[in-house]
Write a protein of this length. Structure first.
Length: 372
């Protein structure tokens, strides 16, 4: 009786060829197929050639996640961000993807949607995917950080960026937000403003706490008292910026300058000022923070702080890769602080004084500060 002819695997769009299919057609074990595809020394050149030829014929795509689960590691990096909107986080993620790709890694992106419960679920998903390391920017509702201990207890490299867990034992990449708040407020002082208000964000988040401190530092340096009635706290939405401006303009002695800790808040403040018949910057100068895309097309364009978004993403990947390469060996926690750039536009300065260039442009793009 003639031997039964091996059947070729059926190929269609809904059922891709598997390693088992290749093994059946060649009459070998899945182990042989796996080792041949990974160029293992135990498989001879002739068999490797047969496997590679068949894999190419059927456009075989290895299941990298399954491989990662078997090996307990992968070439994947996990990212958790509050949202993917506006300019900042998409630009940071682009920087992460660029640096990760150059290092041979792919990324899995998760959004917490500013919800700590979703942030916890994101971490569980990434741990199940056997990622090689995780990059996190905290949600606005994260006050308890115990869910990150699960990551640390597994020895998985963890780096925070922008919104971080503060402390000496944390690896992180941030903007020097305190410096950003300081140069923004100092600029308003240089424009002649003397009663400067601050539209502040949630103070449990490092970025907003530090921007507020920079504002206070500049006032102190100028010999001006801090007036809590001039500080309005909110979640930084556009409508909240407008409401904050309404409160400020309703006082007996309204401000002649406003430093907003976010561009959306600055936009709302500027729109409310216009609604009440005030001229910007002649009656009230307004500056923001983040260099959102819309800031160059508003009337007038908004003075803001550029946060070096892509550089932040790339620096975060470099730090994470250092942790991965340390492979459990002692690694002194490190924080990288990027220097801000103040972009002066017409919302704070007359046309002849404004420019799209930076007032402050340090030679050093970032500085590393060892935790202590």
């Amino acid at each position: 009786m003639a031997p039964r002819k091996k059947q070729a695997p059926e190929v269609n769009n809904t059922s891709p060829v598997s390693m088992a299919d290749l093994a059946r057609e060649l009459g070998v074990s899945m182990t042989t197929i796996s080792r041949a595809l990974s160029d293992h020394h135990s498989i001879g050149p002739a068999m490797k050639q047969k496997v590679l030829k068949l894999a190419k014929k059927y456009n075989y795509q290895p299941n990298r996640l399954a491989s990662a689960l078997r090996k307990g590691k992968s070439q994947l990096l996990g990212i958790v961000v509050p949202y993917i909107e506006g300019r900042f986080f998409p630009s940071v993620v682009h920087g992460i993807e660029t640096a990760a790709s150059k290092a041979g890694y792919n990324v899995i992106i998760c959004q917490s949607n500013e919800d700590v419960a979703q942030e916890r679920r994101n971490l569980d998903i990434l741990l199940s995917a056997q990622v090689a390391g995780i990059l996190v920017s905290l949600s606005r509702t994260t006050h308890d950080f115990r869910h990150f201990e699960k990551v640390r207890s597994r020895g998985l490299p963890l780096v925070f960026f922008d919104r971080i867990v503060e402390g000496d034992n944390v690896n992180a990449v941030v903007l020097d937000d305190q410096e950003g708040g300081y140069v923004s407020t100092r600029h308003l002082l240089q424009q002649g403003c003397r009663r400067i208000a601050h539209l502040a964000g949630p103070q449990h988040l490092n970025i907003y706490k530090n921007r507020r401190q920079g504002y206070l530092d500049a006032l102190r340096e100028a010999g001006l008292p801090a007036d809590e009635s001039l500080i309005i706290y909110s979640d930084m939405a556009q409508e909240q910026g407008a409401e904050g401006m309404r409160q400020l303009l309703a006082t007996a002695n309204p401000p002649d300058g406003v430093f907003a800790a976010g561009d959306y808040s600055a936009l709302g403040a500027m729109q409310e000022a216009a609604r009440q018949g005030l001229r910007v910057p002649e009656d009230v100068a307004i500056s923001g923070f983040s260099n959102e895309t819309f800031t160059v097309i508003t009337q007038p364009p908004i003075t803001t702080i550029d946060q070096r978004c892509e550089e932040m993403g790339q620096a975060a990947v470099r730090l994470l890769l250092e942790l991965i390469e340390a492979d459990g060996r002692p690694f002194a926690p490190r924080q990288v602080a990027l220097r801000p750039e103040l972009l002066v536009r017409n919302s704070t300065a007359r046309a002849e004084e404004a420019s799209v260039g930076a007032v402050r442009n340090p030679a050093a793009k970032y500085v590393g500060v060892a935790a202590h």
